[in-house]
Design a binder for this molecule. Structure first.
Ligand code: HEM
Length: 358
C-alpha cells in the first residue's frame, strides 16, 4: 500500500492528496500541566509515525498473555491506506496550559443563522485522521484515545466519507451530498505559490507555527429533504454551476473560468469566489457525513467542512461573514458544530508535535 510520509516541513494531511475517509476527534485535556501534555504529544507522535507506516503501535497487537496489547489489532492485516494524522490546538489549549496562543488563534465570532451544539464544538486538541479505509482511520483515533488516558479525553468525534474536496485536477472531482462537484476551484496541492500565500504560516510566526496552518472545522447539516424537492434549475442557480458538468454559468466545462458577473448574485460560488473576496482563498478539505436520522425521519447528513488558511481573520471569517449574510445556499444548510485550531509546522525526525511550544 501507498504510504504518505509523516515527517516533513509541513504536517501531512493538509496539502497531501485527499483520501476517501475521515475520522476527526476533539479532545479535552484533563491536566493543566504542560509537561504532561508534552509527554502525551511525544507518545502520540511515536504512535502516528508507526501507524502511518503500517506498523503496530508500541510493542504490537499481541505479546504477553497477561497484559492488554499495545495495539488494538484491527489493522493487523491491512496496509496504511495513505493514512495521515494531523494535529491542531484550540484556543482553550493555551488558556488551560497557561501558554501564549498565536495571535491569529481566537475563538470564531458568531455568524447569523448558525446553531452550534457545544457537544459538537471546540476542544483543546484535535486529530484529523484520513485514509482510504475507515478501519484504518478509526483504528488511528481509537489508539490515540487509549494512549491519552489520564491526560486527555475524547470530547466529540466525526467520521466522514466521499472527500467533498479535490486536491488536484488530475483526479475526478468528487460530489457532495447535494450532488454537485465539490472542489473544482480549490487550491491545488501542487500549487506552491498559492499554498505559500494563502495556507502556510510564514515569517509572521510564532516560530513553532512556521510551515503550519490554521484549520477551521464546521459541521454543516444539509436539509436534504428540502433540497431534493427543489427544481434542478433552482439547485443550479443556488450554486452558480451546472449539476452534471459542474460548469460555471457562462461557461461550458467544469474548469472554465468563473466570471462572477455571469452567476446569480446570491449564488454560492459567486459569493465565495476570490473576485468577490479581495483575492482571498482557503484550502478546503472537507468530507460528507451521514449520522442516522432525526425523530422526524430526516437524515442527519451534510458536510463536515474543513478549511486550512494562513490566518482565519483573512480566510474563513470574512468569507463566512459574506456567505452567512447572503448565500442562497443558506435555505438548505445550517452550521451546527465548530472548531478553530492552530496546526503546527511539520515534525522533524527526533522531534514531536508542538515540541517548540514547551
Ligand atoms: C465552492 C458547495 C460551504 C467556500 C463550492 C462549490 C460547491 C460548494 C458545489 C463549487 C465547486 C468548487 O469550486 O469547489 C458547498 C456546500 C457547502 C459549502 C454544499 C455547505 C454545506 C462552504 C463554506 C465556505 C465555502 C462554509 C467558506 C466559508 C467555498 C469556496 C469555493 C466554494 C471558497 C470556491 C469558489 C470559487 O473560487 O469559484 N462550494 N460549499 N463553501 N465554496 Fe462551498
Amino acid at each position: 500500500g501507498e504510504l504518505i510520509p509523516f515527517y516533513g516541513p509541513h504536517q501531512s494531511g493538509i496539502a497531501t492528496p485527499v483520501q476517501e475517509r475521515l475520522q476527526f476527534a476533539a479532545f479535552d485535556l484533563s491536566t493543566a500541566s504542560p509537561a504532561r501534555v508534552a509527554a502525551l504529544l511525544k507518545v502520540w507522535t511515536a504512535a502516528a509515525v508507526r501507524m502511518t507506516a503500517a506498523q503496530e503501535v508500541g510493542r504490537g497487537a499481541t505479546g504477553r498473555a497477561t497484559a492488554p496489547p499495545d495495539d488494538s489489532g484491527e489493522t493487523l492485516d491491512l496496509d496504511a491506506s495513505r493514512l495521515t494524522v494531523t494535529v491542531g490546538f484550540g484556543p482553550s489549549f493555551f488558556t488551560r496550559l497557561n501558554l501564549r496562543a498565536p495571535g491569529p488563534l481566537k475563538e470564531l465570532p458568531a455568524f447569523p443563522g448558525e446553531r452550534l451544539d457545544p457537544a459538537r464544538s471546540g476542544g483543546d486538541i484535535c486529530v484529523q485522521a484520513c485514509a482510504d479505509d475507515p478501519q484504518v482511520t478509526v483504528h488511528a483515533v481509537r489508539n490515540l484515545t487509549r494512549l491519552a488516558a489520564g491526560t486527555a479525553t475524547l470530547r466529540w468525534s466525526q467520521s466522514g466519507f466521499g472527500r467533498a474536496a479535490s486536491s488536484s485536477r488530475s483526479e475526478k472531482t468528487p460530489r457532495n451530498l447535494m450532488g454537485f462537484k465539490d472542489g473544482t476551484n480549490n487550491i491545488a496541492i501542487h500549487d506552491r505559490d498559492k499554498l505559500a500565500r494563502h495556507v502556510w504560516v510564514g515569517d509572521e510566526g510564532p516560530e513553532w507555527m512556521y510551515g503550519g496552518s490554521y484549520m477551521v472545522t464546521r459541521r454543516i447539516r444539509m436539509h436534504l429533504d428540502l433540497w431534493d424537492r427543489t427544481p434542478l434549475r433552482q439547485q443550479e442557480d443556488t450554486i452558480g454551476r451546472t449539476k452534471r458538468e459542474g460548469a460555471p454559468y457562462g461557461g461550458d466545462e467544469e474548469f472554465d473560468p468563473v466570471r462572477i458577473h455571469a452567476l446569480p448574485p446570491r449564488s454560492h460560488v459567486r459569493l465565495a469566489h476570490p473576485d468577490s473576496n479581495d483575492g482571498r482563498r482557503i484550502l478546503r478539505r472537507g468530507y460528507s457525513y451521514s449520522d442516522g436520522n432525526d425523530s422526524r425521519g430526516r437524515l442527519d447528513a451534510g458536510l463536515f467542512f474543513i478549511a486550512y488558511q494562513r490566518d482565519p481573520e483573512t480566510g474563513f471569517i470574512p468569507l463566512q461573514r459574506q456567505l452567512a449574510a447572503r448565500d442562497a445556499l443558506n435555505r438548505y444548510i445550517q452550521h451546527v458544530g465548530s472548531g478553530v485550531w492552530a496546526c503546527p509546522g511539520g515534525v522533524r525526525r527526533g522531534s514531536f508535535w508542538g515540541e517548540a511550544l514547551f
